[in-house]
Design a protein around this ligand. Structure first.
Ligand SMILES: N[C@@H](CCC(=O)N[C@@H](CS)C(=O)NCC(=O)O)C(=O)O
Length: 202
């Protein structure tokens, strides 16, 4: 196994699904959390001036959370085992990215932030989750895409975890996905990771 170093801020954000894959697979990695005050100095040294970035041995650093997630999923068998399964996994991740990006987390005007969040939930996030819940329930499978845990299950778990910040009861609106998230959280390696990870809301 290569040496992995994942550089991000001290939050779950765009790095947590990768951390969850490493945890589930039992892969040691350096979880480098950059402090806000150190960021201005570090930023120009990053490939595209943003985080996360994954360092893999002495290879050129890999930025972009989506690229990192897909690479790690392939390496550690969270890819569903076929190109088609991987495409469906990609689809789930892209939907989550699309609807998640509608939430104005960085908006400083509180009224605008509240209105933007309401719009994101009602017009983007709830409709997407209604569809995913319906399809998953009809399929009656244990996991979202394949016969085993994939990146898609972990991405849904992570989304539902951080969505609590904008809707405290978010995932309970989707009983089948809620049950999936509970199964994910109960997996021994994930459970241990969740108990020990730094406590951050996002
Ligand atoms: N598309 C990129 C977006 C990366 C991104 O927006 N990173 C933010 C943190 S979530 C960042 O580095 N912000 C600090 C900055 O841009 O200076 C990805 O998915 O990795």
């Amino acid at each position: 196994m290569p040496n992995y170093k994942l550089v991000y801020f001290n939050s779950k954000g765009r790095a947590e699904v990768v951390r969850l894959m490493f945890a589930e697979a039992g892969i040691e990695f350096e979880d480098k959390r950059v402090q806000e005050e150190d960021w201005p100095q570090l930023k120009p040294t990053m490939p595209f001036g943003q985080l996360p970035v994954l360092y893999i041995d002495d290879k050129p650093p890999l930025p972009q959370s989506g690229a990192i997630e897909r690479y790690v999923a392939r390496e550690l068998n969270f890819d569903g085992g076929s190109s088609l399964a991987f495409a469906y996994i990609d689809m789930v991740c892209n939907v989550l990215e699309d609807v998640g990006s509608k939430v104005p987390f960085m908006e400083e005007d509180e009224a605008k932030k509240a209105a933007g969040t309401k719009d994101a939930l009602e017009n983007h996030i709830y409709p997407a989750f209604d569809k995913i819940e319906k399809k998953f329930k009809e399929g009656g499978e244990e996991f979202l895409i394949a016969k085993r845990l994939t990146l898609a299950d972990l991405a849904i778990f992570h989304f539902s975890d951080v969505a609590r910040v904008i809707d405290a009861n978010f995932i309970t609106k989707y009983p089948t996905l809620d049950a999936l998230c509970k199964r994910v959280a109960a997996r021994p390696s994930i459970k241990k990771y969740l108990e020990n990870r730094p406590k951050t809301p996002l």
